[in-house]
Design a protein around this ligand. Structure first.
Ligand SMILES: Nc1ncnc2c1ncn2[C@@H]1O[C@H](COP(=O)(O)OP(=O)(O)OP(=O)(O)O)[C@@H](O)[C@H]1O
Ligand SMILES: [Mg+2]
Length: 362
C-alpha cells in the first residue's frame, strides 16, 4: 500500500486544483500577480505565455518549491499552500529531465517508490507497468547517457507517474527536443493523459503545443492570467490585444465605433458584428486566413489598397497588402486550387466575414 500524505480534511485525491489569489514578488518585480484558477480533476490545462510571464513560478508554487507571498493552493479542497513538496505527492517533470546518471532506467523510475519504502515485488510490478506505458520496457537496463533526449524525457515522465500522483506538473518538458520529436512526444503525452486520466498542468511558451494538447489554455502575461478558455475560444475570441497577438497571427485595424458600425482609418466601413455599446475607439482583429483580397470592381465593403508583397510558402501564399491609408495587412491564402492569387501592384479591396472579426476596446 502506498503511503499518502495525510492532508487535513478529506483524503480523497481526485486531482482537483484551485489557485486562489496567488501572489509572488521577487524584489520589486511581481512574478505572479493575483492568479486565481480552478482546474478540474483529470483536466489537461496549459499555462501559456512569453518568457518571464510567471508560468514556472506559478507551477513551483503548486509543487511546493516556492511559497507565495499571499494566496492559497488547494488540492481537492485541502489547503496545501504551506505543505512541503514531498508531502503533496504531485508528479513534477522538468525540461532538463533531471535523471540520476549513475542509475539505470528501471532504477531511476523505482527511486520514488524506494524513497517511500515500498516492498520490492510491488516496486518491480509498478516499474514494469509504467515503463510499458511510456514504451520503454525494452530499455529498462540502459543508463540515461545511452538514450536519446526523447527517451530520457519519457523516463522522467515514467518516474513522475510511478507513485500514482493525482496531478502531473510539467514545465516545458519538450523544450530541449527538436521540432519533429516534440510533435511526436506531444501526441504521446496526450495519449498518456487519456490513458491515466490524471490532471496535467503543462507549462509552455509554444502556442501550437498549448492549442493542440489542452482542454483549456491559461494565457499569462506579466504575472497575470489574461484569459483562460478552450483552445478554439482563445484563438477565435481573444479577450484582449495581448492574447490576440500572442496566439496566432493577427491583423490589428484601428477603428472608430460610431452608432454600432466600425469605420477604418480612411473612414471606410469595416465588416464586423454590430457594436451594441457607446461610440468609441477600438481595434478590429482579423486573422490572415480570414482576410480576402478581391479585385476592386467585385468588392463592396472593406479596405481599399494594393498588393505590395507575395510569398509562396508551399501550402499557402502570404500576401502583403497596403491600404490607401498606409495601413499594412497580411492575407494567407491556402493553395488549394491552381487559381492564381493577385500579383504585386494589383489594386484590391481587403474584406472578411463580419463573424470573423473581433472588436477589442481596451
Ligand atoms: N528566483 C528568482 N529570483 C528573482 N526573480 C525571479 C526568480 N524566479 C523568477 N524570477 C522572475 O520572475 C518573473 C517570472 O519568472 P518565471 O520563471 O515564472 O517565468 P516563465 O514564464 O516561466 O518564463 P520562461 O518561459 O522564460 O521560463 C521573471 O521576471 C523572472 O525574472
Ligand atoms: Mg519557465
Amino acid at each position: 500500500m502506498l503511503m499518502r500524505a495525510k492532508l487535513s480534511g478529506t483524503d480523497v485525491r481526485t486531482g482537483g486544483i484551485a489557485l486562489h489569489k496567488l501572489q509572488k514578488r521577487y524584489g520589486s518585480a511581481m512574478a505572479v500577480d493575483d492568479v486565481s484558477l480552478s482546474i478540474s480533476p483529470g483536466e489537461f490545462i496549459s499555462l501559456l505565455g512569453p518568457s518571464g510571464s510567471g508560468k514556472t513560478t506559478t507551477l513551483m508554487m503548486i509543487a511546493g518549491f516556492e511559497l507565495p507571498d499571499s494566496g492559497q493552493v488547494l488540492l481537492d479542497g485541502n489547503d496545501i499552500t504551506h505543505l512541503p513538496p514531498h508531502r503533496r505527492e504531485l508528479g513534477v517533470i522538468f525540461q532538463n529531465y533531471a535523471l540520476f546518471p549513475h542509475m539505470t532506467v528501471a532504477e531511476n523510475v523505482a527511486y520514488p517508490l524506494r524513497m517511500r519504502r515500498m516492498a520490492k515485488p510491488e516496486v518491480e510490478t509498478r516499474v514494469r507497468r509504467v515503463l510499458d506505458q511510456v514504451h520503454l520496457g525494452a530499455l529498462a537496463s540502459r543508463r540515461p547517457h545511452q538514450m536519446s533526449g526523447g527517451q530520457q524525457q519519457r523516463v522522467a515522465i515514467a518516474r513522475a507517474l510511478v507513485f500514482d500522483p493525482p496531478v502531473l506538473l510539467l514545465d516545458e518538458p519538450l523544450g530541449a527536443l527538436d521540432k519533429k520529436l516534440r510533435e511526436h512526444l506531444r501526441g504521446e503525452i496526450k495519449t498518456l493523459h487519456k490513458e491515466v486520466g490524471k490532471t496535467m498542468i503543462y507549462v509552455t511558451h509554444d502556442q501550437d503545443e498549448a492549442l493542440a494538447m489542452s482542454d483549456r489554455v491559461a494565457v499569462m502575461h506579466e504575472g497575470r492570467i489574461r484569459q483562460v478558455s478552450a483552445p478554439e475560444d482563445i484563438y477565435r475570441r481573444p479577450a484582449d490585444l495581448f492574447v490576440a497577438g500572442f496566439v496566432g497571427e493577427v491583423n490589428f485595424i484601428p477603428a472608430k465605433l460610431l452608432s454600432g458600425i466600425a469605420y477604418g482609418p480612411a473612414g471606410e466601413k469595416l465588416p464586423a458584428a454590430p457594436w451594441p455599446d457607446a461610440d468609441r475607439d477600438a481595434t478590429v482583429c482579423v486573422r490572415p486566413e480570414h482576410l480576402r483580397l478581391h479585385a476592386k470592381a467585385s468588392a463592396a465593403e472593406g479596405v481599399q489598397g494594393h498588393i505590395v508583397g507575395r510569398t509562396f510558402i508551399g501550402d499557402a501564399t502570404i500576401l502583403e497588402f497596403r491600404a490607401d491609408s498606409g495601413l499594412q495587412l497580411t492575407s494567407k491564402v491556402l493553395n488549394i486550387s491552381v487559381e492564381t492569387t493577385p500579383q504585386i501592384g494589383a489594386a484590391c479591396v481587403a474584406s472578411w466575414a463580419a463573424t470573423d472579426a473581433t472588436i477589442l476596446t481596451e
